[in-house]
Design a protein around this ligand. Structure first.
Ligand code: ATP
Ligand code: MN
Length: 414
C-alpha cells in the first residue's frame, strides 16, 4: 500500500492551508481520504478550489500523522472535474445546521451530508429486509395501478386528474386490487407510492407516501399481525447488524424490539384513557390527543385491536362473537400509527350491505365485486407506512426526513 501510485476521485469536503502544505479531505461513497499538496505550484492549482467541487487526484500513498486517517495521498496531479459554487445553499458537512426547509430545497446537496445519507442507506436495508421476509413467507410482489377510474374506497381525499377526456384519480391505497389478486395469487405484497389529498400539516402526514401492503388467503387477522411483527423485527435486526456506520452517524442504537408486541383491544384502550381522565364512549374514534396519551402509557410497539365496526371501512370483517366489533388492528409505536389491517369480508352480499350502511353505492363497485363471485376465499392483510417506520428506526421526529423529495400541501418542489 505505502508507496503505491493511485488515482482517486471525489468531492472536496474540507481544505486547509498550513504554510507550504495544503490538506484536502476528499470523500466518495467508500469513505474519506486525506490529500497532501506540497509546493507553490500545487497550491496555485488548489487555491481557487471550493468545497464540494469534484476532483481527480493522482499521487502516492504515504504514512500520515493525522489521527482520522489510516494513510494519506501525496498529490502529484489534480484535475478539477466540476467546480461547486461558493457559498453553497447549505453546509453539507453539517457543521452549520440548516433547517429542514433549506435542506429539502437543496436535497441533492443535503445527501452529501453523511447523516442524511445514512437515513437513506437504512431505508434501503429496510426495503431489502421486507422483501426478503415476505418472499420467504411465500408472498409474491405485485404492482397495482396508481391511475384509477373510480373513487374506489369512496374517499373524499383523492387527487383527481384529467385523463384525456375522462376524469381519473390517484390511488390512495391498493386495497381493492390486492383483495382481488388473492383470488389468483393467494399471497401478495406491494411496495409503492400512494396519494392522499389531505391538507394535513403534521410531522407524520405526506400527500405522497410509501406503503407496504400485504394480502393473504385463508389467514385470520391475528395471522397477519404475526407476519407484521416478523417483518418489523427482521427489519430492525437487519439494520442493527448491517448499518453500524449509519447508526453512529445518526447517533442511534437500533435494537430488535421485544416480541410479542402488546395487544390491547380498543375497549381496553377506552378504559385506560378513562382512568387518565379522558372520557370516551365506545364508538368514538381515537383523536390525536388520545393517541398521545396512549403513547405515554405504551411507549413502544403495540397493537390496538378489535375496533368498533362503525369506525372501520366497508371491507372489514366483524368478529364472530360480537358483530359490533371488527377483526381489525392498528400497529402503534407510541402515539404514532404505523399500520392498519384486518380480516376482510369475502361474501359479496355482506359487502353490498356494508356499502349501503356507509352511504356508498354498490353499483359503483361492480368491477370489484364481480371478482367475489369467482371463488373468493377468506383473506386478511395490512398496509404499513414505510416512511413512518423509517422515522421510528432512525428516531426522526419528522417523516419528511425519511423521504427524498417529500410532498405535502405546501411543498411541490423540488
Ligand atoms: P392516519 O390516521 O395517521 O392519518 P390512516 O389511518 O388514514 O392514517 P391508513 O389508511 O390506515 O392511514 O394507511 C395505512 C398506513 O399508511 C398508516 O398506518 C400510515 O402508516 C400510512 N399512512 C397513511 N396515510 C399517510 C400519510 N398521509 N402520510 C404518511 N403515511 C401515511
Ligand atoms: Mn389507519
Amino acid at each position: 500500500m505505502k508507496g503505491q501510485k493511485v488515482t482517486v476521485g471525489g468531492w472536496v469536503e474540507d481544505l486547509r492551508e498550513l504554510g507550504k502544505l495544503s490538506f484536502l479531505t476528499l470523500r466518495d461513497v467508500t469513505g474519506v481520504a486525506q490529500i497532501v499538496i506540497v509546493g507553490e505550484e500545487g497550491l496555485r492549482e488548489v487555491r481557487d478550489l471550493t468545497r464540494q467541487s469534484v476532483i481527480r487526484v493522482t499521487g502516492t500513498v504515504q504514512e500520515t500523522k493525522a489521527r482520522d486517517f489510516p494513510f494519506e495521498i501525496k498529490s502529484e496531479k489534480i484535475e478539477i472535474l466540476s467546480m461547486a459554487v461558493h457559498p453553497l445553499p447549505i453546509d453539507p458537512i453539517g457543521r452549520l445546521e440548516s433547517n429542514i426547509d433549506n435542506r429539502l430545497n437543496a436535497r441533492a446537496l443535503d445527501l452529501r451530508n453523511q447523516k442524511t445519507a445514512s437515513i437513506f442507506k437504512i431505508r434501503h436495508h429496510v426495503l431489502q429486509s421486507i422483501r426478503a421476509t415476505l418472499t420467504d413467507l411465500g408472498f409474491l410482489e405485485v404492482n397495482t395501478p396508481k391511475i384509477i377510474g373510480s373513487a374506489s374506497e369512496g374517499g373524499a381525499n383523492l387527487f383527481s386528474l384529467k385523463y384525456f377526456e375522462k376524469q381519473a384519480y390517484l390511488a390512495q391505497s391498493p386495497q381493492l386490487y390486492k383483495e382481488q389478486l388473492t383470488l389468483g395469487l393467494e399471497r401478495i405484497f406491494e411496495i409503492s407510492s400512494f396519494y392522499r389529498a389531505e391538507k394535513s400539516h403534521t410531522v407524520r402526514h405526506l400527500t405522497e407516501f410509501t406503503s407496504v401492503d400485504i394480502e393473504a388467503d385463508f389467514m385470520d387477522y391475528t395471522d397477519v399481525m404475526e407476519i407484521l411483527e416478523t417483518v418489523i423485527t427482521n427489519a430492525f435486526e437487519n439494520v442493527e447488524r448491517n448499518c453500524l456506520e449509519e447508526q453512529k452517524m445518526l447517533g442511534v442504537e437500533v435494537r430488535r424490539p421485544q416480541t410479542p408486541f402488546a395487544r390491547i383491544t380498543y375497549q381496553q384502550a377506552i378504559l385506560e384513557l378513562g382512568r387518565e381522565g379522558i372520557d370516551l364512549a365506545v364508538g368514538d374514534d381515537l383523536q390525536d390527543a388520545h393517541l398521545r396519551k396512549l403513547g405515554d402509557l405504551h411507549p413502544g410497539f403495540y397493537f390496538l385491536t378489535d375496533w368498533p365496526m362503525s369506525l372501520k371501512p366497508f371491507y372489514i370483517h366483524e368478529k364472530d362473537d360480537n358483530p359490533m366489533l371488527s377483526k381489525s388492528f392498528d400497529l402503534q409505536y407510541g402515539y404514532l400509527e404505523l399500520s392498519s389491517g384486518g380480516m376482510r369480508l369475502h361474501d359479496p352480499r355482506r359487502i353490498r350491505a356494508r356499502l349501503k350502511e356507509q352511504g356508498l353505492d354498490p353499483a359503483q363497485f361492480e368491477d370489484h365485486l364481480k371478482a367475489f363471485d369467482w371463488g373468493m376465499p377468506p383473506h386478511s392483510g395490512w398496509g404499513l407506512g414505510l416512511d413512518r417506520l423509517i422515522a421510528v428506526i432512525t428516531k426522526m421526529e419528522n417523516v419528511r426526513e425519511t423521504v427524498l423529495y417529500p410532498r405535502d400541501p405546501e411543498r411541490l418542489f423540488p
